[in-house]
Design a protein around this ligand. Structure first.
Ligand SMILES: NC(=O)c1ccc[n+]([C@@H]2O[C@H](COP(=O)([O-])OP(=O)(O)OC[C@H]3O[C@@H](n4cnc5c(N)ncnc54)[C@H](O)[C@@H]3O)[C@@H](O)[C@H]2O)c1
Ligand SMILES: [Fe+2]
Length: 404
C-alpha cells in the first residue's frame, strides 16, 4: 500500500515535469504538402534545399505496386539522384536499419526520403540518426533525447493513415534478439517536410486501412485522456476523432473515396501532432509488446486493446471520454458524462466489428502474459501520463482478456 502510494507520487511528479517540458520544448513542425497529387511537388522542394542525392526508404510491397513511380519520375525530372532501399519490413528491426545505413554511405547520399507506412518512416528516421551519430549504437538511442547530432534532410511520404510518424519525434524499433520493441524519441527525428497525398492511399487494402486508422484514433484518445494534454493537443485530438469517426469506415468500404482518404491523412497527422506532445498510454505499451513478441501489426494490436484499456480507466477518464464523444459527433452537450463515456467505448467496439477487427489476439500465449505485462508496465512507467495507474496484477488480468 505504502509502495503503491509512493509510486503514484513519483510517477505523477514526473508527469508534471514532462507536461511542463512539452509546453516549452521547441517541437519542430514539418512543412506540409497536402492534397491529391501533392507528392509531385516534393522533388522541387528537395532541389531547393540543395539536396542532390537521396536514399528512398520503402518496402517491396510498395515497389511491386509501383506506388513510388510518380515520385521517382519527379526526382528524375528535377535532376536528383536516388537509390532505393526497399528492405523495410513491418515492425522494422535494428538489422534492417543498419543495412540502410550501409547503402546510404556507399551511395554517398545527402538526404533521406521515407516512402511508406510507419515502418518505412521509422526506419528512415533511424537510418538518419545513425548516419549522423555513427558512434551511437541503436540500442543506446532508446528513450528520450539520445540523438545528439542533427539528421540529414529527411522527407516523409506516408502511404498509410495511421502512425503520424511524419510529424512525431518518435521512431519505433524491434530488437529480434530480445523480442522487444522500443521507441527512440528526439526532436531531431521530426521530418523537414511531410507529404499528405490521399492518392497514395487509394490502394491500401481494407484490413490495413482499418487497423492503421484505429492506430490514429488510439493516438488521439490516449493523448486526450492522458494528463499531459494542453489546449493545442486537445484541439488536434478532437479534430482527429471527428475525422476518423466520419471517414474511417468510408475509406475501409470504398478505398477509392478520395475525400475520405484525404480526411484520414489529415486525421492521422493531427493525432500524431497531439500524441507527440502529450504522449500515449497503456494501449501502446501493451501493443508494442505484442509487436515485439509476436509481430502483431501495430494498428491491429491497438485496435484490439483500445476498448479494454478504456474500460479499465473509464471512471477516471469519464469527463474526457464524454468530451471526445461530443467532439466525435456521437453525443450532445448536457447528456450525462457517464452515458457519453460508455457510448464512446461502444462506438470503438462497433467500428471494430464493422471493419472485421477481432477482439482477441490469436498469437497471444497464456504463459507469456507475465513477461508482456512486466515489459508493458516498464515501458509505461513513469513516462506515460495515464489517467489511472495500473498494477502488475491488473495488467495481467487485462492482457488475459485478449486471449483467444
Ligand atoms: N514513429 C511514430 O510516431 C509511430 C507511431 C505509431 C506507430 N509507429 C510504428 O509504425 C509501424 C507501423 O506502421 P503502419 O501501421 O503504417 O504499417 P506498415 O508501415 O508496417 O505497413 C503495413 C503494410 O502495409 C503496406 N502498405 C503501406 N502503404 C500501402 C499502400 N498505400 N498500399 C498498399 N499497401 C501499403 C506495407 O507494404 C506493409 O506491408 C510500427 O512499427 C509502429 O510501431 C510509429
Ligand atoms: Fe501508434
Amino acid at each position: 500500500m505504502i509502495l503503491k502510494a509512493y509510486q503514484t507520487v513519483r510517477y505523477r511528479t514526473q508527469h508534471k515535469v514532462m507536461k511542463y517540458l512539452s509546453m516549452v520544448l521547441p517541437f519542430p513542425v514539418p512543412d506540409i504538402l497536402q492534397g491529391p497529387g501533392s507528392v509531385k511537388k516534393l522533388a522541387r522542394r528537395i532541389q531547393a534545399d540543395g539536396v542532390k542525392n537521396v536514399i528512398v526508404v520503402t518496402d517491396k510491397v510498395l515497389m511491386e505496386l509501383g506506388l513510388p513511380d510518380v515520385f521517382l519520375d519527379s526526382l528524375d525530372e528535377s535532376g536528383i539522384e536516388y537509390t532505393i532501399y526497399d528492405e523495410v519490413m513491418p515492425n522494422p528491426t535494428i538489422e534492417c536499419i543498419e543495412d540502410g545505413v550501409k547503402v546510404y554511405k556507399a551511395e554517398k547520399c545527402n538526404g533521406i526520403v521515407a516512402f511508406g507506412g510507419g515502418s518505412a518512416m521509422d526506419c528512415a528516421k533511424i537510418i538518419g540518426a545513425r548516419v549522423s551519430n555513427g558512434y551511437m549504437p541503436i540500442r543506446r538511442m532508446k528513450g528520450n533525447f539520445m540523438v545528439w547530432l542533427p539528421l540529414p534532410p529527411l522527407y516523409a511520404i506516408p502511404t498509410t493513415a495511421g502512425t503520424g510518424s511524419e510529424t512525431t519525434v518518435a521512431a519505433v524499433v524491434s530488437d529480434p534478439k530480445t523480442h522487444e520493441k522500443f521507441a527512440i524519441n528526439d526532436l531531431k527525428l521530426v521530418p523537414k517536410v511531410a507529404v499528405l497525398d490521399p492518392e497514395l492511399m487509394v490502394g491500401l487494402p481494407p484490413h490495413i486501412t482499418s487497423t492503421t486508422g484505429m492506430d490514429a484514433l488510439t493516438h488521439a484518445v490516449e493523448a486526450y485522456i492522458g494528463l499531459n494534454g494542453n489546449p493545442f493537443t486537445d484541439d488536434k485530438a478532437k479534430a482527429a476523432t471527428l475525422l476518423i469517426f466520419e471517414n474511417l469506415e468510408k475509406a475501409y468500404s470504398n478505398g477509392s473515396d478520395l475525400e475520405a482518404r484525404n480526411n484520414m491523412a489529415l486525421a492521422s497527422y493531427y493525432a500524431g501532432t497531439a500524441f507527440t506532445r502529450a504522449y500515449v498510454g497503456y494501449v501502446h505499451a501493451i501493443a508494442h509488446n505484442m509487436g515485439g513478441m509476436y509481430g502483431v501489426p501495430h494498428g491491429l494490436a491497438n485496435a484490439i486493446i483500445l476498448a479494454p484499456v478504456l474500460e479499465f480507466c473509464r471512471k477516471e477518464s469519464e469527463k474526457k471520454l464524454a468530451d471526445l464523444a461530443i467532439a466525435g459527433g456521437i453525443g450532445e452537450l448536457g447528456e450525462p458524462a457517464e452515458d457519453l463515456s460508455i457510448r464512446f467505448i461502444e462506438k470503438i467496439k462497433t467500428m471494430n466489428k464493422n471493419m472485421k477487427i477481432p477482439s482477441t489476439i490469436k498469437e497471444l500465449k497464456k504463459e507469456d502474459i507475465p513477461l508482456i505485462a512486466k515489459r508493458a508496465l516498464a515501458e509505461a512507467h513513469p513516462d506515460y501520463p495515464v489517467p489511472r495507474i495500473m498494477t502488475m496484477e491488473e495488467c495481467k488480468k487485462l492482457i488475459g482478456k485478449l486471449l483467444s
